[in-house]
Design a protein around this ligand. Structure first.
Ligand SMILES: [Zn+2]
Ligand SMILES: [Zn+2]
Length: 410
C-alpha cells in the first residue's frame, strides 16, 4: 500500500482553510460549508485500503488487535490515520454500525474498543473537525450503545466540543439516538453548553421527540435529587423490566412483576401508596370528537363550547374510546394548551383519546392546568403532564392529581 494513499478521503484546500479557524465555527461563518464538504468527501472512504492494524480495529477483530499490540507491531495508539485523522477508537466505533449490514456477529467491536482503551489508546483524540470517538459513536443511532458506555467508562469526556462547538449529546439528540442520550446523561452530559450558533440543548431537547424528552427529564430530575412515579417501566421490587408488569391497584403509580414482589415491597411502598380519593383526584368530562387531534385548537374550542354548529354526532363522539369495560385504569397524557382551550387527553396506545373543556368543570380544569404548568414539561404551544387515571365510565375520567408521573415516552 503506498504511503500516499488517502483511503478515498480528500481534504480540499477550501476545507483546509475552514479547518484552520481558531475557536468554533458557526453555521454562517463556514460551518455549514464545512459540514457539506466533509460529508461529500467522506462518502468516498474505502476502509479496505486501511493498513492491517487499522483495518482490524475497524472490523472489530479483537484477536488481531491484541496480537499486534502484544508483539509490539502496532503503531502508536495515540496516533491517527487517513487525511481525516481518525483515531483508532474512532475507527472501531465507525466500523461497528456499518458492519451490521454485513454478516452478523463478525466483529467484536466492544471488546476491541475496551482492549485499545486499556492499552494506551486515549479516548479523546480529535479528528480534523475535532470530533472524538464519542461524538462519532453518538451521531449514528445504529451504533451499539455499549460502545458509547465503554468510551465513557474509560474516561471519554462527555462534554467535549467539536469544531462547531457541539457536544456528543447534541449529535445524539439530533439523530434520535435515545440510548446514547441516556448513557451520556448518566455520565454527566451538560445540556447548557452553547454551540457556535449559541444554541443550547437545555432549550432544544424536546425537539428530539417524546422518548428523548422523557430520558432527559428523568436525568434532570435525578440530578436535582427528585424522582417521579414510573420513572422507568420496571418492577418496583426486583427492577425487572421484561414481561407483563401489573400496577399497584391502590395507587396505580408503581408496577410489579409478581404478587410476591408486591408483598415484599409493601413496607417500602406503603408510605407513598395513596389510593384514589376525593382529595387527590379530579373528575374530567371526556368529549370524543372524531379525528379530534387533527382539528386546530381554535375551531375545536368553538365546537366544544357550543359556538359552532358542526358539533359531531353522538356516534362520532364515541369514536376514539376503545377501552372496553369500565372502570379501566390508565396512564394518560394531558396536553394543556395556552389560554383556556380544551385539553387533549390520550393513552399511549391511543385506544382512548378525548378532549375536555373548561366549561364542563372549571375547578377540575384549573387544578390540572395549574399543576401541569408548574410541574409538567413545556413545549410548543403549551404544557404536558402524565397522570394515573381511572375511566369510570365513558363520561367520567378520574385523574389522580396528587402526583405527576415521570414523562412517559409518548
Ligand atoms: Zn419483581
Ligand atoms: Zn401503591
Amino acid at each position: 500500500m503506498p504511503a500516499t494513499d488517502n483511503y478515498g478521503l480528500i481534504v480540499t484546500p477550501r476545507m483546509r482553510a475552514l479547518l484552520s479557524t481558531e475557536g468554533f465555527l458557526s453555521t454562517d461563518d463556514g460551518g455549514q460549508e464545512l459540514r457539506d464538504l466533509y460529508g461529500a468527501q467522506s462518502a468516498g472512504f474505502d476502509p479496505s485500503r486501511l493498513e492491517p492494524f487499522a483495518l482490524a480495529c475497524f472490523m472489530g477483530v479483537v484477536s488481531k488487535v491484541t496480537e499486534y499490540i502484544q508483539n509490539g507491531t502496532a503503531p502508536p495508539l495515540d496516533g491517527t490515520v487517513t487525511p481525516y485523522k481518525f483515531s483508532y477508537a474512532t475507527l472501531v466505533v465507525s466500523g461497528g454500525p456499518r458492519l451490521l449490514e454485513g454478516p452478523r456477529g463478525s466483529g467484536h467491536h466492544v471488546e476491541t474498543l475496551a482492549y485499545l482503551l486499556t492499552h494506551g489508546c486515549p479516548p479523546d483524540v480529535e479528528d480534523i473537525c475535532r470530533y472524538t470517538a464519542l461524538e462519532h459513536a453518538c451521531m449514528m443511532p445504529s451504533t451499539n450503545p455499549t460502545l458509547v458506555r465503554t468510551l465513557l467508562a474509560h474516561g471519554a469526556a462527555p462534554n467535549h466540543q467539536n469544531i462547531y462547538g457541539m457536544t456528543a449529546i447534541a449529535g445524539a439528540i439530533m439523530s434520535g439516538f435515545v440510548r446514547a442520550v441516556d448513557v451520556l446523561m448518566e455520565f454527566g452530559a451538560d445540556l447548557d453548553i452553547s454551540d457556535a450558533d449559541g444554541s443550547r440543548f437545555s432549550e432544544m431537547y424536546v425537539s428530539g421527540g417524546p422518548e428523548i424528552a422523557a430520558v432527559v427529564r428523568k436525568w434532570l430530575r435525578l440530578r436535582a435529587g427528585e424522582t417521579a412515579p414510573r420513572e422507568t417501566r420496571e418492577c418496583a421490587a426486583c427492577n425487572k423490566t421484561q414481561g407483563s408488569l401489573k400496577q399497584c391497584s391502590r395507587c396505580h403509580s408503581v408496577l410489579y412483576c409478581l404478587s410476591e414482589c408486591q408483598k415484599s415491597h409493601w413496607r417500602t411502598h406503603k408510605p407513598s401508596c395513596h389510593a384514589f380519593s376525593a382529595d387527590n383526584t379530579v373528575t374530567l368530562t371526556p368529549i370524543y370528537l372524531k379525528n379530534a387531534s387533527l382539528l386546530p385548537t381554535a375551531s375545536m374550542t368553538r365546537v366544544l363550547t357550543g359556538h359552532q354548529s358542526t358539533a359531531p354526532s353522538a356516534r362520532e363522539m364515541l369514536g376514539s374510546n376503545q377501552l372496553g369495560a369500565y372502570p379501566k385504569s390508565v396512564v394518560v397524557k394531558i396536553q394543556v394548551p395556552m389560554g383556556n382551550a380544551p385539553f387533549l387527553i390520550y393513552t399511549k396506545r391511543r385506544d382512548f383519546v378525548c378532549h375536555t373543556a373548561r366549561q364542563a368543570n372549571p375547578a377540575a380544569y384549573d387544578r390540572v392546568a395549574e399543576l401541569v404548568k408548574a410541574k409538567g414539561a413545556g413545549g410548543m404551544g403549551g404544557w404536558k403532564g402524565y397522570f394515573a387515571a381511572e375511566l369510570k365510565s365513558a363520561d367520567e375520567l378520574v385523574v389522580k392529581v396528587s402526583e405527576l408521573l415521570a414523562d412517559q415516552p409518548f
